[in-house]
Write a protein that binds this ligand. Sequence first.
Ligand code: GAL
Length: 964
Amino acid sequence: MRFEKVRAFLATAAAVVLLGIGYVATPAQGAAMPAQRAEQHTVAFDQYSMIIDGQRTFLWSGEMHPFRLPSPALWRDVLEKMKAIGFNTVSFYFDWGYHSPAPGIYDFTGVRDMDRLLTIADQVGLYVIARPGPYINAETDGGGFPAWLATQAGRARSDAPDYLAATDEWQSAIDAIIARHQVTDGRGSVILYQIENELAATGASQRNYLQHLYDKARADGIQVPIFHNDKGRNGYWVPPSSTVPGTLPGPVDLYAFDGYPGGTCRTDGTVGSPNVAPDWGIQGAGGAKGGATASDKTPGFTAEFGGGWFDYWGSVGTYPCTALRQGPGYERVFYGANIANRLTVQNFYMVSGGTSWGWLPAPVVYTSYDYGAAIDEGRQLRPKAQTLKTLGYFVQSVAPLTKVDKGDDVPASSTAARIEHTVNAETGTNFYFAVHNPSNATTDDSFTFPLITADGSYTVPLRLNGQDAKTLVANYDLEGNHLVYSTSEIMTHLRGVALLHGRDGEAGETVLRYPTEPKVQVLEGAASAAYDAKTGDLRLTYSHHGIIRVRVTAPDRPSLTLLVADEDAAATFWRVDDVLVRGPQLVRAARVHDGRLALTGDTTASAPLEVWGPARTLTWNGKPVAARSSGGALLAVRHLPGPREIVLPDLTAWRYAAESPEAKPGFDDAAWRTAGLTSTNSTTKPPAGQVVLTADDYGFHHGDIWYRGHFDGPAPAAVTLDWGGGGAGLAQAWLDGAYLGQRTIPSGVAAPPTRNNDTFTVPPALLTDGPHVLSIMVRNNSHNEDGGVNDAHKEGRGVIGATFDGVVPSGVTWRVQGTAGVDPVRGPLNNGGLYGERNGWSLPGFPDRSWSARAVPDTSAVAGTSWYRTSFDLKIPADIDASLGLTIGDPATPRSDRHYRVLIFVNGWNMGQYIADVGPQHTFALPTGVLNPRGRNTIALAVTSDGEAALESVRLTTLGVARR
Ligand code: GAL
């Protein structure tokens, strides 16, 4: 009966989410099944770059995780933003456990619809690097392993037959989807496929395992090149073509490695001194451990390069610091060094971190996986996204970058600076990457360096101020005009327009060469021009500030408009295909039809609109825009409007009910499973004489698990539990309904313990004769990752061992209860085994009218779990994308003395866990789709307290607002 009821709630829930998916997407954007074999494409490579259809291509990729954004309509939003800030590729991990609640069961529907994801990526115009594991790490529960795998006998990540049978299952399921989205047969944009991740054990068993994965992928129809991601730079699993001594060959086509050389955040949340960029390619030490140099016939490839870092339970909350630490200066220095090292396949981890909702977060992270990434958890572009844009546009605009060799050494006049020089032998184009030397990483230096190209010898002045680096281009065909060199960096160029950029207030010079003196018009800003008839050099000099516009017209050359921007101004430019736009805070797409240019994008404030493109008239988000031509561009007569202010409702009219009836002696647990197993494949065996109690062995994998131990005779004076609870896990205990207390697993460190030994003292008043019931609730804050290839994910969760007065008691009958089943919409990681969850209290349709009214913030609490529910209407206008969050307590004054935690259910979706006395997270992102922006929403909070700490304030917050 009870299960019937829950199923009815789940059906209501399904309706909510299916509606949710449509909140932002228009029908035309829905996922279509890919067409059959549209066109064939070739994907090849050499030591310089990937070569697609014969064309060298710099793959500039950002990582995002579909499983960290449970709203398919927002996948398009994030992917469009990635494309807009200069990426041509996206890298996806696929999380096995997210799709598989039990052996043989796989779900790719709703928020787990990977067909839809890959279709959107293709529509947006991004290549895809597919990374299906089977092991991914990624700070996910079990490192992406389904929790049922924790009960297997065979060693994971080896050639153990039971493990390989399981990975076959997963690969069959996910490969079927990936295979029909490959670029090779024109049905999609998947261009590369990764097997495993950071497999740092290198025995024969692992080699067999990798071979098995490779063969399986090929058998499943994967045609694109296959690679592995080497943990750091060990030279492990290079392709057989590598002739580099000391490397370990493996069954791969390409070699890739990862690195996170980002620096530190201090414990007070400020940025520590920056690290120095490594040379992990042609400028470095070389050899097996030199990074890309481990493989001499394949392109330099960072499968992951730090775009931020994750944060842990009980930290000070480092994401804002991380975003600065791996901010603009870091990006220029580190990603620039990678470019100078000929790493022509670069993937940044993460570009959009998202949310580890439900029971997804590994013990090492809390709910937010913001990561300090370029696109924050609320989907807003951080300033560092604008720097990425300059780099991304650059590598995609300047084709000679895809085939460079190390050039002659170039000395700088100051020992503070160094130049890394590369040359394209075919075009003669030179690249000079200027960066500080290690001990000068943050100094302000002006210096010169000799620039010697086919055009002659020059002494070039340059400045590096603080954590900064620049890549200068010389001897280059710039829109049919010959660029001798520029000390401004090239951002992009198209259709007779070149966009250069530099730091505000810094001097710049751009030298072009013409056989006769060209006409120079300064259209905006200040620049002077000098023509040297002897060399033919036209030297433009200026100081970067705002936008300087110069038009150069010479006979027999296409006329060239130079736009020289400072960094703030550069951030206002967007290149979309063949169109350059200035003004709005985001430009997503540009479609030209019959001389009419249809632009789509976002404004977060009123903004100008200026366009260089093949159009006479303009529309913005479907509405005509009056524009006049101006200096070769089209300029909107009026500014585009910004968003209107949005009003969020207060959360009131809370309803309240206490639960944890399992603590009461009379609770009926007859339907629960009796713990009768005597052996377990977990790495944590029960003590001799005790049955197995670990939750996974009884099929209860996530969230809370209850135990009731029935015994007779005298009560023990002390109960000691060996228990596994993951990061900041919790155990609460009652004897005969009397609360014995709670224990938590210590946090506040990056690699926290996940298992504890705790003693609960029984008060004298309870030391009576039986019968007794010991009730225990353990919150399982997820399974360990298996980074060390040592089956760490098999560490037991829940109670591992229980002793009474120091000995394993005989005659205890243990009953166990976890989740009531898998939510068919929200998936296996949404629910644990709280009484309320088992009875539909977390779901929007649950009838809570009979519950009592309650004020929030609350003033009293009971030991155990109680629920607070409220509903509210949102009326966000249809043209506003409001990114909302839920904030609990006061982030400015965190309270370590409040021992309570909250599971946050929004329309039934478990959007995270607030732990008041651990922190640091107070605000939880609620993606549109989970949240209905134009309708009714229900929040249900499961508050688990020590009986002293009461629920603090709860309110909706705005994470970002854009008009689109
Ligand atoms: C890498 C790993 C990723 C992720 C990352 C840290 O070493 O490959 O899966 O765990 O570290 O966020």
